[in-house]
Design a protein around this ligand. Structure first.
Ligand code: CU
Length: 320
């Protein structure tokens, strides 16, 4: 017969394998290739991009493998290389930001880097600083709110008590899932837990928001009756704590927490130049070709309409 301890051990082992397996399924490996000809900054290069693909969107904890398929030594260095304008002025030094740096790597060698934080990360080649690329690391935003430890918040408003159980505080925030740059409305009420009745008199309080150990908002106020509301817009992502302090001047604090996510619409997509001039897409520098001439033609028509008659008369006069 199987020992019960052994069965428990077996269950734990299977759970552990399942958890590890699930994490592996979600983290992906993606490849960025440095194509043949990438070292050539000029028109005649066949390389469609400096790095292929030039902009790649991945998730937190995904790994990028850069593969050098060129016949020259290159680097993959985080930061910004030179743009077309700087290159034309002879500027040959990019600005590394220190997040990652492959150092020189030879043809057919590769570099792997795991992105463990969200954001837009530019990179370039220090040897050929016109070679630019970017990795956009997006954050998975859950479809439910959690506290700062990641526990799902099942019931709204969230209810907390002061340590001495003298005050019950209900706090709700809208929207429940907080994104940077979006206004959040906080609504809170104070109750007497013994009688389940609202505080019907004006109650002093201090509403405080703490993010990454820093107080980013503080408001000392009094409720009209049992509750009040506040507005706030977060600039940064990360765990946050909402405190209601000194409720009713009783030196009692209740704490709530959640997580602020980077607003996907705020992730910057501005990239220096990610491909050689001959392979530029419509909408980049080729705008000069397509937008420039019509504007010049229009300007000519306007000038002709204003001054053309005088010019014609002058010529006619000459003939007579
Ligand atoms: Cu290079």
């Amino acid at each position: 017969m199987l020992d019960s301890k052994f069965i428990i051990f077996l269950i734990l082992l299977i759970s552990a394998i399942t958890v590890c397996g699930t994490q592996n399924v979600f983290a992906e490996n993606r490849t960025v290739t440095i194509p043949f000809g990438a070292s050539n900054p000029h028109f005649e290069t066949e390389a469609p991009f400096w790095y292929t693909p030039p902009i790649l969107t991945i998730h937190v904890n995904d790994t990028i493998v850069w593969l050098n398929s060129d016949r020259e030594v290159h680097t993959v260095t985080s930061g910004k290389g030179v743009d077309r304008g700087e290159f034309s002025q002879g500027k040959m030094e990019g600005k590394p930001d220190g997040y990652f740096d492959s150092g020189p790597f030879k043809p057919s060698q590769s570099l792997a880097f795991t992105f463990d934080k969200p954001g837009t990360f530019y990179y370039f080649c220090t040897i050929h600083p016109w070679m630019n690329g970017a990795i956009v690391v997006s954050q998975d935003i859950p479809d439910y709110a959690t506290d700062a430890e990641g526990n799902k918040i099942n019931k709204w408003p969230v209810v907390k008590y002061t340590d001495d159980k003298m005050v019950e505080t209900d706090l709700s925030w809208e929207p429940h899932i907080i994104l940077t740059g979006e206004q959040v409305t906080f609504v809170f009420n104070f109750y007497n837990p013994a009688t389940s009745s609202e505080f019907m008199t004006s109650t002093p309080y201090r509403f405080v928001i703490v993010q990454n150990g820093t107080e980013i908002f503080s408001s000392e106020d009094s409720t009209q009756y049992s509750g009040a509301y506040k507005y706030f817009v977060f600039n940064k992502s990360g765990p946050v704590e909402f405190r209601l302090e000194n409720i009713g001047n009783m030196n009692e604090t209740v704490r709530f927490s959640t997580f602020v996510f980077d607003n996907p619409s705020e992730i910057k997509k501005e990239i220096p130049v990610i491909q050689p001039a001959r392979n530029l897409q419509l909408g980049q520098e080729t705008q000069i070709v397509f937008v420039g001439p019509p504007i010049a033609a229009l300007a000519f028509i306007i000038i002709w309409a204003k001054w053309g008659d005088k010019f014609k008369k002058k010529r006619t006069g000459e003939k007579l």
